[in-house]
Design a protein around this ligand. Structure first.
Ligand SMILES: [Zn+2]
Length: 60
């Protein structure tokens, strides 16, 4: 049963579980999703910057 897959969990590098593939558990799957959402948040935050500068431009 140990030889089933050569896939490893991208989150913690343990052997993945076919039930949660490519992750080893529901916890690692959630953690990866949260990280992905966190990066999306950061990009959205950077988008606000040009708009703030636009206000300065309007003042001139
Ligand atoms: Zn894992």
């Amino acid at each position: 049963m140990d030889k089933i897959s050569g896939t490893k969990c991208p989150s913690c590098r343990k052997n993945s579980n076919s039930e949660f593939a490519p992750f080893c558990s529901a916890g690692c799957k959630d953690r990866d999703l949260l990280r992905w959402l966190g990066e999306g948040y950061r990009i959205a935050g950077e988008r606000v910057d040009p708009m703030a500068m636009d206000q300065f431009s309007d003042d001139e």
